[in-house]
Design a binder for this molecule. Structure first.
Ligand code: F0G
Length: 421
């Protein structure tokens, strides 16, 4: 199996361009990376970007900040940048105490330029689009991808088209896509239906697809894992035991696993040091959890999905064949959580000053559940990924938070209202 954690670094095929090529993860067939537009292999199999020279930590030293500091792990040296990455790895002492683990850090990807981790993928993806000479970019989205695509497309001077599930995208995300001047198409169907349509458009050559099915997007998202490893090691002298993350299309799960695999290939990381990748889904949209529990190599599509965490309201995780080996090979797992548990975790994070959207809080809700079940041990060092900013979904924040209290326009009335002496 080509996605084994300990698979050796591959030799560059003839089609490689400066040590970079695309490979079909099932058949091993290789393709030139930038000669033609290609998202999948011959049978619709997923592709991944491969390198003749996998990176070491030394390669990143003294290379600046953010995503492009990791250029040794990326197909280009620079991209269309706003800039992105370099997000905080917060401490959360009260949460750590209440969950009961040795270490808990929260990697807040909501602090990227458009408020989600998608920016890391887009800075690379839009750079590739420029290389290929395309002029119209498109994606299906539960919201964050469309916000990021609209901003990076605008930055790169390209037209953008986004397909959104009607009525199921949080307000902040549509506002971003609108202001950055994407053409927004609202589809009477869920995210998976939108992705089917945009893939059809891409196949017809109408648009360049920038969903995470595009293997270059995941290259940028690898840098989440690289930042976590470096910062955790600098703070504690060791790597985290486990990374817990929300799962929708399983792009991040695949990307983090790829980052670790490449470090193992170069000898920078011992296989025993690789964090256990632990995915969390909402109960109403949990095909990955189902696949992990049954030991399947791919997910079965859920036609009906529902959750308050609209970002991960996804029934057909396209990156499952890349992510499932990652969860398995690192000794991780996957778990589903209720919408109420997600809201509670969103409040718990907010009490630590960390404002996230519901899907992000799923990671903390999942960690709690796994700790309660004894799957996660008390002596573990854990990093939870929070993927999107609080302001992405103001309606969810209002629902989870307290209500404003109307008061008279008068100091005395305000004093009485707050119960002042
Ligand atoms: N968290 C947030 C806030 C997201 O927006 C997404 C995906 C995920 C988690 C899941 O990440 O797909 O890598 O497993 N949002 C996509 C979008 C689908 O269109 O914005 P994944």
């Amino acid at each position: 199996m080509s996605l084994e954690l300990t698979a050796p670094a591959p030799d560059a095929p003839d089609v490689a361009d400066d040590g970079v090529w695309l490979a079909d993860i099932e058949t091993g067939e290789t393709y030139a990376p930038f000669d033609e537009i290609r998202y999948t292999g011959e049978d619709g199999n997923l592709l991944e970007v491969r390198y003749a020279d996998p990176p070491t930590f030394e390669d990143f030293r003294g290379q600046g900040r953010g995503v492009w500091r990791y250029r040794a792990a990326l197909p280009f040296d620079e991209g269309v940048s706003l800039p992105e990455g370099d997000t905080p790895l917060h401490e959360a002492p009260r949460l750590r105490e209440s969950i009961g683990v040795e270490t808990l850090r929260v990697k807040h990807e909501g602090m990227n330029p458009t408020g989600s981790f998608k920016d890391r993928g887009m800075t690379v993806g839009v750079r590739v689009a420029r290389e290929l000479g395309v002029d119209r970019l498109a994606c299906a989205s539960t919201g964050n991808t469309s916000a990021a695509l609209a901003a990076y497309g605008a930055r790169g001077g390209m037209e953008t088209l986004v397909l959104l599930p009607s009525g199921k995208v949080a307000a902040g995300k549509i506002a971003q896509a609108a202001l950055h001047d994407a053409r927004i198409l609202e589809v009477d169907g869920n995210f998976d239906a939108c992705l089917d349509i945009v893939q059809d458009l891409a196949r017809r050559g109408e648009v360049y697809l920038l969903n995470s099915l595009n293997p270059f997007r995941l290259e940028g998202q690898k840098t989440i894992g690289l930042e976590i490893l470096e910062e955790f090691r600098d703070d504690y002298g060791r790597f985290p035991d486990r990374i817990v993350l929300p799962v929708g299309n399983a792009g991040n799960t695949s990307a983090l696993y790829k980052a670790f695999r490449e470090l193992v290939q170069s000898g920078a990381l011992d296989p025993s040091e690789v964090p256990k990748l632990t995915g969390v889904q909402a109960e109403g949209a949990a095909p990955m959890v189902e696949a992990v529990e049954h030991g399947w190599a791919d997910t079965e599509r859920w036609e009906e999905v529902e959750t308050r965490a609209t970002a991960i309201r996804i029934g057909n995780p396209v990156n499952a064949p890349k992510a499932l080996p990652g969860i398995r090979e690192t000794g991780g797992t996957a778990v589903s959580v209720s919408d109420d548990a997600i809201t509670e975790a969103q409040r718990d994070l907010a009490k630590e000053g960390i404002g996230v959207e519901p899907a992000s809080a799923a990671s903390v809700a999942g960690l709690k559940k796994l700790r309660d079940r004894g799957v996660v041990d008390a002596d573990e060092d854990v990093v939870c990924l929070t993927t999107g900013h609080l302001l992405k979904d103001p309606d969810a924040a209002f629902e989870a938070g307290g209500d404003p209290e109307p008061v008279a326009n008068d100091t005395q009335a305000v004093l009485e209202h707050i119960g002042a002496k």
